[in-house]
Design a protein around this ligand. Structure first.
Ligand code: ME8
Length: 519
């Protein structure tokens, strides 16, 4: 039985349409999910929308609709974004679903049974934008002298009766968790930040509100709805059928990876494990806080007018080019920047000129000069062996290692180096000259390239799934030979002997042009 692998993204606030950060996270999670499937793992991939809380309630009020109407309308845009970007999620979780209310109430009851919930009065700062409570010591001064959250968002003084969670009790267990399991929270910079935060002391957490009702009701305390993060985090187990602890829950929990952005690490590396410890449930194996994606170095915002629709970018440059760019350009875990120029540059040089051209030249040559019949191998020389050795090491050792460690950019860098090596090989071997001087050697060179291209296509498939599949289809590689266990070349002879003829290939990555500047 294949070993399970459960991966989640954050669930997005559907108070507006998806932005590039949402697309970035969904694509990264998809690359990891597809890679793990290729490794033979039984992958479960969950994403969704976080529909409760004040932020949603306020936005709906501004629009003159109900929060449910807002959630229904906007969550569809997130589903469309995932589908449009070829994100292979298994479950799209919406927190307004009744089963999610039931699961969250069960988690609450278990925390209550552990003696970790008590009623008191909350007095303190709250940021609606972040849906977060802050200590006065964390606040910063705004330009007009007003108080702002550490993220620079407005905060308001809140006084309310509230249920509290005994977070302070979990400071020691959390420190132990983080210190004993460095992998629990990555990258290390985020782990250090959270360790310092816990060492500064943890206060009990206000976990319910009475001033609005758009949320999950507190069991036995009907005028309270739960703090939105309590229910948001629970989505990760609701989607597995919790509180039913058999079936998917038994199979996939604890999660292998919660993939989230750096701004919400505190919720995932402090609150979530504390809630789970309190409810006596197993903890996820890893939380990874990726960096932020900036538009030409600037945060996107409505006031700057630089908010980009990721689907429009995909339509402009191609889904796979956008996916490739995002994973290739930025070291995963760090902040990065994008611009149309950078996408066009990367797409044209690496996908178009390097990989696309390699495939086009080789397959086109076979179609034209061998009637599309696969070339015969009459014996490899040292140059062929060297190329095979490099490709084999790249696709079977280096890339899987990098992808397993979430060093996605590094893995792709190794892939493109191997592509460059193939281009150097084709130039050095010059099959177009061999056609007259040594047709046998020409066939061996083309066969070597054919095999190398197929292996490179399989290895990059998690990043550019549609283009890789189209190429492998053209090349006649059976679906069963597209996983890492069959990345070798044993399929080549049977395919050649079957009389398979390759048709003249269509360009995989049409040349990208920058849009004309508006006049
Ligand atoms: O935080 N670049 O939702 P959200 C990269 N509902 N990632 C970014 C980004 C950017 N510019 N901007 C945001 C929430 N993100 C909560 C999560 S999980 C139980 C609840 C990331 O819609 C952000 O870090 O504000 C988060 O991981 C995800 O997008 C959704 O952000």
């Amino acid at each position: 039985m294949a070993e399970p692998f459960y991966i989640t993204t954050a669930i997005s606030y559907p108070n507006g349409k998806p932005h590039i950060g949402h697309a970035y996270e969904a694509i990264a999670a998809d690359v990891i999910a597809r890679f793990q499937r290729q490794q033979g793992r039984d992958v479960r991939f969950q994403t969704g929308t976080d529909e409760h809380g004040l932020k949603m309630a306020q936005k709906a009020r501004d629009l003159g609709i109900t929060p449910k109407q807002l959630a229904d309308e906007m969550s569809q845009h997130f589903i469309d974004m995932c589908d449009g970007l070829n994100v292979s999620y298994d479950v799209f979780m919406r927190t307004s679903e009744p089963r999610h209310h039931a699961a969250t109430q069960e988690l609450w009851r278990r925390m209550e049974a552990s003696g970790d919930l008590y009623l008191d009065r909350y007095e303190g700062w709250y940021s609606i934008r972040d849906e977060a409570y802050y200590d006065a010591s964390e606040l910063i001064d705004g330009e007009g002298g007003e108080k702002l959250s550490p993220q620079g968002t407005p905060v308001e003084w809140t006084v309310e009766e509230s249920w509290f969670f005994r977070l302070s009790k979990y400071a020691e267990p959390l420190l132990k968790l983080l210190n004993d399991n460095p992998d629990f929270l990555q990258p290390d910079s985020r782990r250090n930040e959270i360790l310092r935060f816990i060492e500064g002391g943890l206060r009990d957490l206000s976990v319910s509100r009475t001033s609005f009702d758009w949320g999950v009701k507190v069991p036995g305390s009907d005028n309270h709805v739960m703090y939105v993060w309590v229910d948001a985090l629970t989505n990760y187990i609701t989607g597995l059928g919790f509180p039913d602890e058999s079936g998917d829950y038994a199979k996939y929990w604890p999660a292998n990876l919660h993939l989230i952005g750096k701004d919400i690490v505190r919720f995932h590396a402090i609150y979530w494990p504390a809630f789970l410890m309190s409810a006596n449930l197993p903890l996820p194996k890893q939380v990874f806080g990726h960096g932020f994606l900036l538009n030409r170095g600037q945060k996107e915002s409505k006031s700057l007018g630089n908010v980009t629709d990721p689907i429009a970018l995909a339509e402009q440059f191609g889904v796979d080019t956008l996916r490739y760019f995002l994973m290739r350009e930025v070291a995963f875990g760090q902040d990065g920047s994008y611009s149309p120029e950078a996408i066009v540059m990367r797409g044209n040089t690496e996908l178009g000129n390097a990989f696309g051209n390699l495939a086009q030249r080789t397959l086109g040559f076979i179609a034209k000069n061998l009637d599309g019949y696969l070339p015969r191998i009459t014996g490899h020389d040292a140059a062929d062996a060297e190329l095979f050795e490099l490709i084999g090491r790249t696709v079977q050792v280096d890339m899987p290692k990098a992808f397993n460690e979430l060093a996605l950019q590094h893995g792709i860098d190794q892939w493109i180096q191997a592509v460059f090596a193939c281009n150097a090989y084709i130039d050095a071997q010059a099959p177009w000259s061999l056609r007259k001087t040594d047709p046998e050697r020409m066939e061996t060179v083309l066969a070597t390239l054919y095999i190398a291209i197929a292996q490179l296509a399989v290895a990059i498939a998690p990043v550019i799934p549609a283009s890789a599949a189209a190429l492998l289809d053209t090349m006649g590689i059976p679906a069963g030979n597209r996983g890492y266990d069959s990345i070798g070349a044993h399929w080549y002879s049977p395919l050649a002997e079957s009389g398979f003829q390759i048709a003249a290939p269509k360009p995989l990555f049409p040349r990208l042009e920058l849009p004309a500047e508006p006049a």
